[in-house]
Ligand binder design. Structure first.
Ligand SMILES: NC(=O)c1ccc[n+]([C@@H]2O[C@H](COP(=O)([O-])OP(=O)(O)OC[C@H]3O[C@@H](n4cnc5c(N)ncnc54)[C@H](OP(=O)(O)O)[C@@H]3O)[C@@H](O)[C@H]2O)c1
Length: 246
C-alpha cells in the first residue's frame, strides 16, 4: 500500500524539497497552503518527476477554528505530516508593533500547534503516523536580533517535545520529529549574509527529514555542527550574553 505525506505550508522552498524527497521515494503527496490553486505548476512538476498522486488543499494556519474541517476534508489521513509554516518578519518591525509580534507568534506556534493537535489525535485513534515540525535553533535562546521569531519557535519546540512524550507513553504508534534546520537558503533568508558552513540547501533538508522519518529520530539538526554551536550559545552566562551581539 502506498503511503501519503501532507505538507503544511507547501509553497516554501524547504517544503518543496521535502515533498520531492518523499514523492521520489514512493509517497503520494498532499500539498496544503494559502491560495493552493496557485500550486498547480508544482503539482504537475512533482507528478511528472515522481509518478505519484499529488493533491492540493487550501489551508490558513491562522484559521484555527477551521482546522478540524481541514483535516476531515483530506482524501486520506496521511502517514506523515510535515509542518513548514512559518513567518520571521523583520525584528525591528516585530518589536515595534503588537500586531506584528502577535502575527509571528501565532504563525509559528499557535497555528502549527493547533494543526498538530487535530492530526495527532486522529493518528493516535488510527494507531500510526509521524508528525514532523520544522522549528528553529532560534528557539533555543532568545537573542536581540530575532527574539520574537525565536520565542515562537521555542514554544513550538516545547510543544513538539511534550507531544512526542505524550504519544510515546500512550503507545499510540504516533511519532513526533523536531527538525532544527539551522540557516537554510530560502526566500525567508534571502538578502541575509549567511555563513556558508552553517547554511544548508533546501534539498539537504528534504533528505534529512526523509532520513529522520525512516529512522524514527526525535530531534534532528540538519547540519550536525549546529548541535555544537547551540551547546556553546546555551551555556554562555546571561550576564555575558546580554552584552553580546550574536
Ligand atoms: N530559512 C531558514 O533559514 C530557516 C531556518 C530554520 C527554520 N526555518 C523554518 O522553516 C520553515 C520553512 O521556511 P522557509 O525558509 O522555506 O521560508 P518560507 O518560504 O518563508 O516558508 C514559510 C511558509 O509558511 C507559509 N505560511 C506562513 N503563514 C501561513 C499561514 N497562516 N497559513 C499557511 N501557510 C503559511 C508561507 O506561505 P505563503 O507562501 O502563503 O506566504 C510559506 O510558504 C518555516 O517554519 C521556517 O520558520 C527556516
Amino acid at each position: 500500500m502506498s503511503k501519503t505525506i501532507l505538507i503544511l505550508g507547501a509553497r516554501s522552498d524547504m517544503a518543496r524539497a521535502i515533498a520531492l524527497a518523499f514523492a521520489t521515494r514512493g509517497y503520494d503527496v498532499q500539498l496544503a497552503a494559502r491560495n493552493a490553486a496557485a500550486l498547480e505548476a508544482d503539482k504537475a512538476d512533482l507528478e511528472v518527476r515522481s509518478r505519484r498522486k499529488v493533491t492540493l488543499h487550501e489551508l490558513d494556519a491562522l484559521d484555527v477554528a477551521g482546522h478540524e474541517a481541514f483535516v476531515a476534508g483530506l482524501p486520506v489521513l496521511p502517514d506523515v505530516v510535515v509542518c513548514a509554516v512559518g513567518v520571521m518578519g523583520e525584528q525591528a518591525d516585530n518589536e515595534a508593533s503588537v500586531e506584528r509580534t502577535v502575527a509571528v507568534l501565532r504563525s509559528n506556534f499557535e497555528g502549527p500547534a493547533s494543526l498538530f493537535t487535530v492530526l495527532a489525535n486522529r493518528m493516535a485513534a488510527r494507531g500510526s503516523g509521524t508528525l514532523v515540525g520544522i522549528s528553529s535553533v532560534a528557539g533555543e535562546r532568545g537573542r536581540a536580533a530575532n527574539y520574537v521569531y525565536g520565542a515562537a519557535k521555542a514554544g513550538f519546540t516545547a510543544f513538539l517535545s511534550g507531544l512526542r512524550n505524550r504519544l510515546a507513553k500512550g503507545k499510540t504508534g504516533v511519532h513526533v520529529v523536531t527538525v532544527l534546520p539551522g540557516f537554510v537558503n530560502t526566500a525567508m533568508t534571502a538578502g541575509l549574509d549567511l555563513p556558508k558552513k552553517l547554511t544548508a540547501e533546501p534539498a539537504e533538508v528534504g533528505k534529512a527529514v526523509w532520513k529522520a522519518v525512516e529512522k524514527g529520530r526525535d530531534v534532528v539538526y540538519v547540519r550536525p555542527i549546529w548541535r555544537l554551536v547551540m551547546l556553546v550559545i546555551r551555556h554562555i552566562p546571561e550576564g555575558v550574553f546580554k552584552k553580546l551581539s550574536i
